[in-house]
Design a protein around this ligand. Structure first.
Ligand code: SF4
Ligand code: SF4
Length: 447
């Protein structure tokens, strides 16, 4: 009843806006239904989100803030403005880090609205990759396919072996992407067994999503993830022929493509049920997977399976904190800090669990990173599509890392790993970068 009344109010508001602005026969750029439009109206313009928005911090321009972007979305949905470059540029500059959601007292679903906006703009040829066709090919036709990516990275693999990676620095488009890739693990780590048996008594049977870019660039980390889970009492199932989860497509506005990938992954994991949880270590992918129920709600064949899948998705740290690490762990006498991936902290509210796990390792000195949940500038494809803004966001993160005096930075998301790797190399910091799965594996008693 209350929702019905609220929606009725929204329809009246939209009619009044049409009258006042005399916008007739317009076809708004964003076609939001009343329920979605109502989400835009949740913004009460308080401005609490401005202080946490990395892009607003850089430009000081209201149109680079969450409040400004929401207003643009509203104007586009009402047909009061056209999708001109001057508008699109501010929408493109959003990192979709969702820090504004954490700060918002009104519960505005900014991430959902931003993704929907990107999807609708992309359909009209106004998406974030409209001026970057090379990157669009990379993002849509290479990154989500592990075999293609492996092939595309072959020259880099050889250059890394011969220590000749600086040769790529003069090649337009390539240099930034290449400099983000840490030393590639040996190809043997790609071949994971289908089952890692549970050690120390089976508590759970869990599926491991190995990811697309993850399965090539962080294939050793996938092993570590399975080894730590196995040592903690999980039977780890690794389905064959996994593909991309669709997160890259979603972030670049290709909704139908994202649904296709999501559908495929849901069907693949359904063959391995019963599973108690579906685990991974890529926060951006996890956020997408946790929303599969919504993403595939209109697909009658997989809607139920997608809801079941989404209900089981857990971040690696989230699950481990629940079931506990094996003991005793080996001492790791080093000073470490932790960077919160945005989609883990803001997207899933997983903040304390990684810290709990790190602190359990004997002799570790844990020091908090100032602004640990401030975006690193990686943000999906952002570092490729908005390299200048991305670098500026990264500078703040690097300065904070320096200030801790830590010997190692721990994090858990592939894009954060790549962006921080780039920043650490660029600034020649004497700091190790390590995923939380690799860090915990090194502390396992039997390794
Ligand atoms: S998602 Fe991040 S960059 Fe985008 S508006 Fe919100 S706080 Fe700013
Ligand atoms: S904090 Fe929330 S309600 Fe306030 S201006 Fe930002 S988005 Fe709007």
């Amino acid at each position: 009843m209350a929702i019905g009344f609220h929606l009725h109010q929204t329809q009246i508001k939209r009619m009044v806006i049409d009258k006042v602005t005399k916008v007739k026969d317009r076809r708004p750029t964003l076609q939001f239904d009343d329920e979605t439009f109502e989400l835009l109206m949740d913004c009460i313009h308080c401005g609490f989100c401005l202080t946490v928005c990395p892009t607003f911090a850089l430009t000081g321009d209201e149109t680079d803030s969450p409040r400004g972007r929401l207003y643009y979305m509203r104007l586009l949905a009402e047909g009061r403005i056209e999708p001109e470059e001057s508008v699109l540029n501010h929408l493109d500059r959003c990192l979709t880090c969702r820090a504004c959601e954490t700060a918002c007292p009104s519960g505005v679903r900014y991430g959902f609205l931003a993704e929907l906006t990107r999807a609708q703009l992309t359909k009209r040829g106004k998406g974030p990759t409209r001026k970057a066709k090379f990157h669009e090919i990379l993002l849509r036709y290479i990154l989500p396919y592990p075999k293609r990516l492996e092939f595309a990275l072959l020259p880099l693999r050889i250059a890394q072996m011969l220590k000749l990676t600086e040769w790529f620095n003069g090649i337009p488009f390539f240099a930034r992407a290449i400099n983000m890739i840490p030393p590639l693990p040996s190809r043997r780590w790609r071949k994971m067994p289908e089952v890692f048996p549970a050690k120390n008594g089976r508590k759970l049977r869990v599926g491991l999503a190995t990811g697309c870019v993850n399965s090539i660039v962080l294939s050793r980390t996938n092993w570590s993830t399975a080894e730590v889970l196995s040592a903690s009492g999980c039977e780890v199932i690794i389905p064959k022929s996994q593909g991309c989860c669709g997160a890259i497509s979603l972030h670049t506005g290709h909704l139908e493509e994202a649904k296709k990938f999501a559908r495929q992954l849901v069907l693949t994991f359904a063959r391995y049920e019963p599973l108690d949880a579906i685990v991974l270590t890529a926060a951006g992918c996890e956020t997408t997977m946790k929303e599969y129920g919504h993403l595939l709600a209109d697909d009658p064949e997989v809607a139920e399976l997608a809801r079941n899948f989404a209900s089981k998705v857990k971040d690696f740290c989230e699950l481990l904190d629940e079931i506990g690490l094996p003991s005793p762990l080996k001492p790791m006498p080093m000073k470490v800090t932790y960077h919160d991936p945005c989609h883990l902290a803001h997207g899933q509210n997983v903040r304390q669990q990684p810290r709990n796990l790190i602190r359990q390792v004997p002799e570790v000195e844990f020091v908090e990173l100032p602004e640990s949940d401030w975006c690193c500038g990686g943000a999906g494809a952002y570092s490729l599509l908005q390299p200048e803004m991305s670098e500026m966001v990264l500078e703040r993160k690097i300065a904070n890392i320096k200030s801790t005096g830590a010997e190692a930075v721990i994090t858990s998301n592939i894009v954060c790993m790549m962006q921080l790797w780039y920043g650490i190399q660029k600034h020649k910091l004497n700091v190790r970068l390590i995923t939380i799965a690799d860090f915990l594996r090194a502390a396992l008693p039997e390794v």
